[in-house]
Design a binder for this molecule. Structure first.
Ligand code: PHE
Length: 357
């Protein structure tokens, strides 16, 4: 009995956690525990022996039970102390002060442009940035051998060895969204598609990732005159000028016929850009009447429907509107730059938010 006592008292003292302690309890005083088994032996003893052994066994059982209880409480306290240490929190630390984030000018300008076109009845359409070469090129009337593919400095994805399928591309413009929108919605249609595009190019006015906004309007009797009016309304609203002179320069894109690049009259006098006056012209977008083959790729019958499309550089017009000289800074994530050119984080970016600065 003394051996049993010494064994369990020391085992209990050394138990590391409540689970180990519970195992010991079962081993010692559980139904089939050593002490319970010893108590069953009492039946085989003589009455005298039983009178001596019985109370001693009972006392031993009580002693072990209270050792278990005491240890359990100690372990519980230790666990609580440990938790309190881990979850300690200095509630006297000051909250973060004025160091709020800002809305990036690209996000701001995207919202402004979207608001202006939404006002004219254009909905927002989207497409993937990793695009099949059919959507990015073929469907837009740019066949495999066409020089425009090389001119665009396309990023191609990797195909496994022996995989003969044409690689996917990082879309080089937002024009593939024209095809996707026509396939999804049919005609008539009025959509804009803002988003990221990619070309391998890097200098003051080019970054490998930049942003465009595509416009597409298809109906039964849409003409270049509608395109011109829409773009004039847009430029007046965006640059906040009452009058603006646009210059449509004949150009060429495989997916429009006829095609025009659009410049706006401006002045750079004193190093600041003024839109709507002066002797300079600034190119802001490419546009034209959607090519019949492009309508066909979008499952729209070119004998019934026609329309215009344009593609504008968002970063470009953001630089112009907010006087940002170097495009690369847009994507450097320099906190000082972001605080200077960013928009207040708690103001939802809207057209009005941009205009009042
Ligand atoms: N996708 C052309 C570009 O990236 C722009 C454009 C769009 C031109 C739509 C005409 C019509 O340069």
């Amino acid at each position: 009995m003394d051996d049993l006592r010494d064994k369990y008292i020391s085992l209990i003292a050394n138990a590391g956690d409540e689970a180990a302690l519970e195992d010991l309890r079962v081993q010692a005083v559980g139904k089939k525990g050593e002490i319970s088994l010893a108590m069953r032996e009492l039946g085989k003893m003589s009455a005298e022996e039983r009178q001596a052994a019985g109370p001693r066994l009972n006392a031993l059982k009580d002693e072990i039970n209270s050792a278990l209880a005491a240890k359990k409480e100690a372990l519980g306290d230790a666990a609580l102390d440990e938790r309190l240490r881990g979850e300690w929190l200095d509630v006297t630390l000051p909250a973060r002060g004025r160091r709020q984030g800002t809305i990036h000018p690209i996000s701001q300008v995207t919202e402004e442009v979207t608001a202006i076109f939404a006002d004219m009845g254009f909905a927002v359409a989207e497409g993937p940035q990793i695009e099949s070469d059919w959507y990015n090129f073929d469907a837009l009337n740019i066949p495999g051998h066409h020089p425009a593919r090389a001119e665009m400095d396309t990023f191609y994805t990797h195909r496994g060895e022996g995989d003969e399928r044409p690689p996917h591309v990082l879309r080089t413009h937002t024009s593939p969204v024209q095809i996707r929108a026509m396939q999804d919605q049919g005609a008539p249609i009025r959509v804009i598609a803002p988003g990221r595009v990619y070309r391998a190019d890097y200098d003051m006015t080019h970054t490998p990732m930049f942003h465009q906004i595509e416009g597409l309007a298809i109906d039964r009797d849409i003409s270049m005159a509608n395109l011109k009016w829409v773009l004039e309304e847009f430029v007046k609203a965006f640059f906040e000028v009452d009058d603006v002179e646009l210059r449509f320069r004949a150009s060429h894109f495989p997916f429009t016929e006829p095609s025009a690049e659009v410049d706006i009259r401006c002045s750079w006098e004193g190093g600041t850009l003024k839109v709507g006056e002066g002797d300079d012209w600034l190119e802001i977008l490419g546009s034209g009447m959607v090519h019949p083959k492009v309508l066909e790729a979008g499952n729209i019958d070119p004998n019934e429907w026609q329309g215009f499309a344009f593609g504008m550089g968002i970063d470009r017009i953001a630089m112009l509107k907010y006087g940002i000289p170097d495009l690369r800074a847009f994507f450097d994530s320099d906190l000082r730059w972001l605080r200077h050119y960013g928009f207040a984080a708690l103001d939802v970016p809207t057209l009005r938010g941009g205009l009042s600065r």
